[in-house]
Design a protein. Structure first.
Length: 74
């Protein structure tokens, strides 16, 4: 299965959370799967390495959390 498809199967949708009319996308199952997290890190590293990126920093915030893993791969 392609990585993007695997991620789509893991993301949980919660209708009307935190209020009516909002479809919340829960990525906790993605982050709980170490194989998927490793694959995401590897994919991001493959994209960033040719650009000369040698470090990744992120502000601590829920929306930026997935990018924090990128810094784990050098």
């Amino acid at each position: 299965m392609e990585l993007a498809e695997k991620i789509r199967t893991l993301v949980r949708e919660v209708k009307d959370y935190p209020k009516e009319g909002i479809l919340f996308k829960d990525i906790t199952p993605v982050l709980a799967d170490p194989d998927v997290v490793r694959a995401i890190i590897a994919a991001e590293a493959r994209q960033l390495r040719p650009l000369g990126v040698d470090a990744v920093a992120a502000v601590e915030a829920p929306r930026l959390y997935p990018r924090l893993h990128t810094g784990l791969r050098t």
